[in-house]
Design a protein around this ligand. Structure first.
Ligand code: GLP
Length: 232
């Protein structure tokens, strides 16, 4: 695991954006695995800046998103987040974007996403970290799912994500998420950690001694190419 300890979130976001744009330059037909959330916002701002400066071209790149809420609409969907923070600002062809569809039948959409992962392997997977150790929406549990699936969100995740909704009652209770196997099959993984609430689960990962399904992010210790960017 490669660890990058920064002075600030801004520095973390700048470094992460540089890793992403560097990967696209090195492999123009890259498949990027993308994340949403506050952590991703500054990273995408950096990617958009590089695109606007003519440093990187997304015309052959493809993306797939980690997760999406079930039973929400705009502006709360992760599709909307991605359009506002990244897709509409870069030259990625719309047909190169894959994300679970909050308007679709969830079971059918899980099948569609599973078929996608049967035929495609992510080159670089960007991850944020949940305060309870979740990655994507793989919540702590006795057993974790390998494939894309429907996840019931834990009360702590619903509470943590309520800040992004008009009120807590509007936070969806379920989501579609890539499974742990989908994530661990990525050729390389970039985990960016923002915020004090994640110190405990980050500490367990940095400790590096054990994996536990009660801290899904700790399974990244089993992956051969992971970079973790976090603040002091
Ligand atoms: C959310 C999402 C994740 C995200 C993580 C961190 O619940 N399901 O995909 O990466 O939690 O979010 P944030 O960056 O807002 O702290």
């Amino acid at each position: 695991m490669k660890l990058i300890c920064t002075e600030s979130y801004e520095e973390s976001a700048r470094i992460a954006a540089g890793i992403i744009t560097g990967a696209v330059k090195a492999k123009p037909d890259i498949l990027l695995g993308l994340a949403t959330g506050e952590t991703a916002e500054g990273i995408y701002a950096g990617v958009v800046k590089a695109y606007q400066a003519g440093e990187v071209d997304f015309s052959r790149a493809r993306t797939v998103n980690l997760d999406e809420y079930i039973g929400c609409g705009e502006p709360d969907s992760y599709r909307y987040f991605m359009e506002s923070h990244l897709f509409r600002h870069i030259n990625i062809p719309p047909e190169n974007i894959t994300i679970a569809d909050y308007k679709a039948d969830p079971e059918e959409d899980v099948s569609r996403m599973r078929r996608f992962f049967e035929g495609n392997r992510v080159d670089l997977q960007l991850l944020g970290l949940g305060a309870n150790g979740h990655i994507g929406f793989n919540e702590p549990a006795e057993a974790l799912q390998a494939l894309t699936h429907i996840e019931d969100l834990t009360p702590s995740t619903i509470e943590a994500n309520a800040r992004l909704f008009a009120n807590a009652g509007l936070v969806p209770r379920r989501a579609i998420t890539m499974g742990m196997g989908d994530i661990l099959r990525a050729r390389s993984v970039l985990l960016v950690v923002k915020g004090e609430s994640k110190r405990k689960v980050l500490g367990e990962l940095l400790d590096g001694k054990a994996v536990s399904t009660q801290n899904p992010a700790s399974l990244l210790l089993l992956h051969p190419d992971v970079t973790v960017i976090f603040q002091k």
